[in-house]
Design a protein around this ligand. Structure first.
Ligand SMILES: Nc1ncnc2c1ncn2[C@@H]1O[C@H](COP(=O)(O)OP(=O)(O)O)[C@@H](O)[C@H]1O
Ligand SMILES: [Mg+2]
Length: 267
């Protein structure tokens, strides 16, 4: 039986994309974006995944969300085979994993009011719920992310980037998922606004008993929240372990280089 504290387990995930589709289309080469990644996530922890742009982080996240299918490998979520699940089981597992995206502008429908955007997952997964109850759920979720109820009837463009990310988080959390995958959640924001969003994610993780996978190209961002850190390079995890161990005594040269590249805090 699977360990009850293990929420997600990925085994040897691989995904390649065709590259060099030029004059010789038939000989297009497959380049691995994710090249044999294995890890597990325990309930309640924050796994930070860090690595430079193009190393395969988003491809990995999309496989974990079942938005793209791996070429090979396995994913167990809540002990169930997430990649082969169908029907009722799939619906149940699907609402258990939600994603927070980098760009709140692109991820929120500009023609929908905030109340509809945040309430949509509830409308889909709990269609029997009365409108008035759905609205109450939306209001309390918005309150939890620090957005006032007056936002309900407004549109995404009326909000700042930070407020929009709070709305995106409300939408991701309204179904009370077990696991939240945040892919570059603060990359589009100013550092100080981003820091507040990270604090919010951490508080919600505690209050709602969430497990978090925090993906960023920025080591300081990952270091702010992660209890465990995985360092990704060229589609592979080159180092992973407890956050303080990886950050304070990095073993792999690439991790050492990432840490050396972080500007020191002014004394
Ligand atoms: N849909 C796709 N088609 C072709 N190549 C892709 C696709 N998605 C990602 N890639 C390639 O896979 C590699 C990893 O990309 P990505 O997962 O987006 O990395 P990251 O999120 O770490 O920046 C890159 O070389 C990228 O060009
Ligand atoms: Mg990415």
């Amino acid at each position: 039986m699977a360990d009850v504290t293990t929420l997600l387990e990925a085994r040897n995930l691989r995904k390649s994309f065709a590259v060099g589709m030029g004059a010789f289309k038939t000989s297009a080469r497959q380049a691995p974006a994710v090249d044999g990644v294995s890890f597990s996530v325990e309930r309640g922890e924050t796994l930070g995944i860090v690595g430079e742009s193009g190393c395969g982080k988003t491809t990995l996240a999309r496989m974990l969300m079942r938005l793209i299918e791996p070429d090979s490998g396995e994913i167990l979520f809540r002990g169930e085979n997430w990649l082969s699940a169908g029907g009722v089981e799939l619906r149940s597992l699907r609402r258990g994993i939600q994603m927070v995206f980098q760009d709140p502008v692109a991820s929120l429908n500009p023609r929908m009011r905030v109340g509809t955007i945040v309430g949509e997952p509830v409308a889909i997964h709990e269609p029997q719920l009365l409108r008035v109850d759905r609205r109450a759920r939306v209001e309390s979720m918005l309150q939890a992310v620090g957005v006032g109820a007056e936002a309900l009837s407004r549109y995404p463009h009326e909000f700042s980037g930070g407020q929009r990310q709070r709305i995106g988080i409300a939408r991701a959390l309204i179904l009370r998922p077990d696991l939240v995958i945040a892919d570059e959640p603060v990359s589009a924001l100013d550092v100080s606004v981003g820091a507040q969003i990270l604090e919010l994610l951490d508080r919600l993780r505690r209050d709602l008993s969430l497990t978090l996978i925090l993906i960023s190209h920025s080591l300081p961002v990952v270091a702010q929240l992660a209890t465990r850190v995985a360092v990704m390079q060229g589609g592979r995890f080159v180092e992973s372990g407890a956050a303080e161990q990886v950050l304070q005594s990095p073993q792999h040269p690439y991790t050492q280089a990432l840490i050396a590249a972080v500007p020191q805090m002014p004394a």
